[in-house]
Design a protein around this ligand. Structure first.
Ligand code: C5P
Length: 236
């Protein structure tokens, strides 16, 4: 089945406190977008990659993609402007996918070291089951629910808890329709924080596959140091 990947990179990344939008921050000399494009275009079968960026950074994104063109053979790559909220950027990305795309993977540029095999694992499971699939890791810390004042209310049973990553994979029509429904129902106070939630609200069952610690999300300056260390370990 034809594979499409939407790489959302249109956020400001305010918690990182950098001068540029987060996806354009460099990690060991390459932008997060470049790390992601390299990982995606190393998949065994090519497809359509849509990179969603801030309007102000479209030219820079194009030149990043151009710079790795020797690695993106066979891929159709589009760069488009994003929206104010993540789910808007995703919706724009999905509607930019070629008509023939049957499986859509949605990935955050903020997870620059996500290995190619995680994209493969998610895509293969969507293909096998016809269902939405997300990568998940067991929660290892003890988890507690706290009040607004920071006081502990209770310990939460972590045995059934996972933390989830991207790429999240979907039958293309299912995720496109679910995002259109979300737009019509739009209530920003109750915005979903991932795409699996968008299809769940539409009644779909979402499956999981194992995630990977390398898919760690860059949010704060400390994450940048952690990812740099992970990158060193990976290339040793
Ligand atoms: O802000 P956060 O790190 O949770 O964003 C997750 C991903 O969504 C990032 O890769 C970011 O670039 C993207 N995003 C987007 N458009 C927005 C907000 C976030 O593409 N309006």
């Amino acid at each position: 089945p034809a594979l499409g990947v939407v790489l959302v990179a249109a956020g400001k990344g305010e918690r990182l406190g950098a001068q540029t939008p987060k996806a354009f921050v460099e990690l060991s000399g390459s932008t997060l977008i470049e790390h992601c494009v390299r990982a995606i275009c190393a998949l065994p079968h090519s497809g359509h990659l849509v990179v969603v960026v801030p309007d102000s950074h479209a030219a820079q994104a194009l030149s990043i993609v151009e710079g790795v063109s020797h690695l993106t053979d066979g891929w159709e790559i589009s760069v488009i402007p994003g929206g104010r909220e993540r789910h808007e950027s995703v919706r724009f990305g999905l509607s930019a996918l070629s008509d023939h795309i049957e499986i859509a993977l949605i990935h955050d540029a903020a997870r620059p070291l996500t290995p190619t095999d995680q994209f493969e694992r998610v895509g293969a499971e969507v293909h096998r089951t016809g269902k939405p699939v997300i990568p998940a890791l067991a929660v290892v810390d003890t988890v507690k629910r706290v009040g607004a004042d920071g006081a502990v209310h209770e310990t939460v049973d972590r045995s059934s808890l996972v933390s989830v990553q991207t790429p999240q994979g979907f039958p293309r029509e299912l995720i496109s329709a679910a995002h259109e429904t979300l737009r019509d129902a739009s209530n920003e106070a109750d915005a979903p924080t991932d795409d699996a939630e968008v299809v769940q609200r539409a009644g779909a069952t979402v499956l999981t596959v194992p995630g990977d610690p390398l898919a760690h999300k860059l949010t704060t300056p400390a994450d940048l140091r952690l990812l740099e260390a992970l990158l060193r370990v990976r290339s040793e």
